[in-house]
Design a binder for this molecule. Sequence first.
Ligand SMILES: [Fe+2]
Length: 617
Amino acid sequence: MKSDFVLGISAYYHDSAACLIRDGEIVSAAQEERFIRKKHTAKFPSEAIQFCLNDAGVAWQDLRFIVFYDKPLIKFERLLETYLTFAPRGITSFITAMPVWLKEKLFLKNLLRKECGRIAGITNLKDLPQILFGEHHESHAAAAFFPSPFREAAVLCMDGVGEWATTSAWVGNDSSLTPLWEIPFPHSLGLLYSAFTYYTGFKVNSGEYKVMGLAPYGRPTYVDAIYEHLLDVKPDGTFRLNMDYFDYCTGLKMTNEKFDELFEGPPRTPETNLTQREMDLARSVQEVTEEVMLRLGRTLYSETGQDYLCLSGGVALNCVGNGRLLREGPFKGIWIQPAAGDAGSAVGAALSAYHQYLGKPRTIAANGDSMKGSYLGPRYTNDQIEQILKKIGAVYCRLEEDQLLEQMAQHLASEKVVGWFQGRMEFGPRALGGRSILGDPRSKQMQSVMNLKIKFRESFRPFAPSVLRERVSDYFEMYTDSPYMLLVAPVLEKRRVQLTEAQHGLWGIDLLNVPKSDIPAVTHVDYSARVQTVTEATNPRYYRLLQMFERKTGCAVLINTSFNVRGEPIVCTPEDAYRCFMRTDMDVLVLEDMVLLKQDQPPVPEDTSWMQEFELD
Ligand SMILES: [Fe+2]
């Protein structure tokens, strides 16, 4: 019987991506940024699409449908209506945006056909498969529910904005998704968070993670001001923003002078010193976000009576909020789409068309979920890697797995930093042991070394631990799977280091270099950690490395950070990995069975101009 192949695409906003499914099974998925080396790119995902099709050996003619993740006409209606409501304030951005919309985006179907025809080498565009359009939040909801391990569940999507919805609630049952209610633009939890991201001097749609990381250094001093002036939250969690304080409707900037007045100063200039004020602002917006997430979760639970919850949309990357929802909320279990932002909607769009449009049944994975650990991107064989290494003149040796793991565990235990490249590249923003940089979490200096000498990023940023699944409760207050590093949990009381008398008065960034536990490099200032649990089934070689490290050191945890420097997309190819390895203070590089030591490599010219290559995030 002929298979049903569906290609999902998300593009033209941020985090462009493609996904291929075969008879409802997710076969491959990747973000365009990894191929063209531009973080969060909005470009049409030509490279990602070609990877997905080539990897599966699927021709364009084999596709049943191409599905785009949102509906441009409704988005246009929202933009137009918003501009008109706020006219004449947004006239400049209106004039900038409209020609692009009128020329390209409004006729997106034609543009998509042209782009697909171009990469397919098809001149008669009638020969292309039919193009369908999903709705933005429906694609999020589908990405959250269909790959989840649950037969039925409540579904909550929270993001900045797509068409009109910014928050939406659904019930998933087998192969169907039923909408319950939504909160429309401009009232948006994602945009509120982004407004504070902008105001604290970070990049919108990218620096939200930093605000979350900064929050534990701060005090919740602005919570009352947020509730009093910016956000009206009802007991059921639904909310309205007071638009007097925000300028995003006019497309000019996120916040305005009134916002500055309320928080007594202008936005922080990016890259200038962070002060306690930014930390307090971060803590305050984080607390408010968590409270809204908890209330919405409780409401959805009482409305649906479902035991399980699925989450998606950019706000679902707020792993501190997710962790609280799991610990303090009413649900028995929570599953979060690992590519919770718009990239994951390529998966959702394809699955939605398959189950809801074609009416095909859904198969639930026997163990865990259907995202395959999110290892859905390109992989390289040992032979391919050897060829590449020979071509670039790298010095390497090829090892059997046992020897390789033994050596890596030894390097890690002696505080060496290891670039770890094996298997398929991860889909979504987190590296999960396919394209990771690893270190020893017991080391007191590792956080600072890895931030400043390896990643070239801000010193306050915490690192996350990978832990053997069966040992997670020996380190963290966590009793479930967290395969995608999207749940934050407290480090166990017994592992914490109590502050000395002299340290008791310290607050904020002054606490940065005070060890908090026996795994200090992955313990945040508030004793929390963003945990990834690793199983043999999803990533056998990484699992065995963790086992080997535990055998050697008694510690079943490693630092796992993404394989890139600040502003750079996660590495995709062995060439990307080698380049990143040579530009940083990483000590060892593993590419499948190949091991490279920094000291053996031919020197590269002293040149730091590459640092300008990546726009700072
Ligand atoms: Fe979205």
